[in-house]
Write a protein that binds this ligand. Structure first.
Ligand code: FPP
Length: 255
C-alpha cells in the first residue's frame, strides 16, 4: 500500500493535492522529548529509577506504534548534554537502563527491521556502554523499515557549532569556497545529515520548550506538547499525535 507522506517544501506541489496541507499524511520523521519520568515516579511514591524503567517500556510501545503508522524515522531524546547535572546515581541508572533495554530488545529490533543511529557525544558514556551501543548499531545497520535515532549526550547548539567548525576547517584548508556555504552545506555537517526533514516534534509532561533539542531541524516541524507524562505515553497516544499532525495545515512560510 502506498502511504501519503508529509510534503517537504520543495515537493509540496508534487505530493499533496492541496499544497502545504498535511492532508492525512504520515509524518516521515517524528522526534520526541520524553519528559516526566521523575514526576510519574513521585506521584506513585516510587524512586526516580522506577519512572525511567516505565519510560523504557513507553519507548517500546511508541516504537511499535511508529512502525505500524509507517513513520520512517523516530528520534528520541534519551540523554541531554545538560543531564550530567543529575545525581551520579541517577546517571548510572539511566546508563544501565539503556544498555539493558538495548540488549533485551535487540532481537525484536532486528526482526522488525529497525535500524539504529546514535547522535550526540555518546563517547562520554565510557568504553563498555559505547562498545555495546556500537555493536547494536552494527547489528541493525542493514535494516530499513524504520530508523530509530537515539540522542545521547546530545545538545543542539553544540551540534551546530561543530558543523560550523567543520565548514571553517574545510574553508581554511582550501577545499570549500566560503561563498558556497548555504543551508544545505551546514545541514550536511549536522549529525542528522541524511535523515528526512523533521515533521513532528512531541514533548510530553506539559513542559513547553525545546531544551536544546534539534533547534535547526525543527525550523518547519509541527510541535505537539502534551500533558501526558512519558511513562504513560503509549500506542494510542502516538497514533493520536500522528492524527493531529495529519489534520494540521503546513504552510512552510507561504499563505
Ligand atoms: C525525562 O524525565 C527523561 C529522561 C531524562 C530520560 C529518558 C530515558 C528513558 C525513557 C529511558 C530509556 C531510554 C531508552 C531510549 C531505552 P525526567 O526525569 O526529567 O522527569 P521529570 O521532569 O518529571 O523529573
Amino acid at each position: 500500500m502506498t502511504r501519503a507522506r508529509a510534503a517537504a517544501p520543495e515537493d509540496a506541489s508534487e505530493e499533496a493535492s492541496l499544497p502545504g496541507q498535511a492532508g492525512g499524511a504520515v509524518p516521515r520523521h517524528v522526534a520526541i522529548i520524553m519528559d516526566g519520568n521523575g514526576r510519574w515516579a513521585d506521584q506513585r511514591g516510587l524512586p526516580r529509577v522506577a519512572g525511567h524503567r516505565a519510560g523504557a517500556e513507553a519507548v517500546r510501545k511508541t516504537l511499535r506504534a511508529a512502525g505500524e503508522c509507517g513513520v520512517d524515522t523516530l528520534t528520541l531524546y534519551a540523554f541531554s548534554s545538560e543531564n550530567w547535572r543529575r545525581p551520579e546515581g541517577e546517571i548510572n541508572d539511566l546508563k544501565g537502563l539503556l544498555g539493558y533495554y538495548l540488549e533485551r530488545e535487540l532481537d525484536t529490533l532486528a526482526k522488525e527491521g529497525v535500524r539504529l543511529k546514535l547522535i550526540g557525544d555518546y563517547g562520554a558514556f565510557g568504553p563498555e556502554l559505547v562498545a555495546r551501543l556500537d555493536r547494536a548499531v552494527e547489528r541493525l545497520a542493514e535494516n530499513s523499515r524504520l530508523t530509530l535515532v537515539v540522542a545521547l549526550n546530545y545538545g543542539s547548539r553544540s551540534e551546530i557549532a561543530g558543523a560550523a567548525r567543520e565548514l571553517a576547517r574545510k574553508a581554511s584548508e582550501g577545499t570549500l569556497d566560503p561563498s558556497a556555504i548555504d543551508e544545505e552545506a551546514l545541514a550536511a555537517e549536522l549529525q542528522t545529515a541524511g535523515l528526512p526533514d523533521l515533521d513532528l516534534l512531541i514533548r510530553t509532561s506539559g513542559e513547553v520548550r525545546l531544551s536544546n533539542f534539534l533547534l535547526w531541524q525543527a525550523a518547519y516541524s509541527e510541535m505537539l506538547f502534551t500533558p501526558v507524562l512519558w511513562p504513560d505515553f503509549d500506542e494510542t497516544a502516538f497514533k493520536a499525535a500522528v492524527a493531529e499532525f495529519a489534520a494540521r495545515q503546513r504552510r512552510f512560510g507561504g499563505r
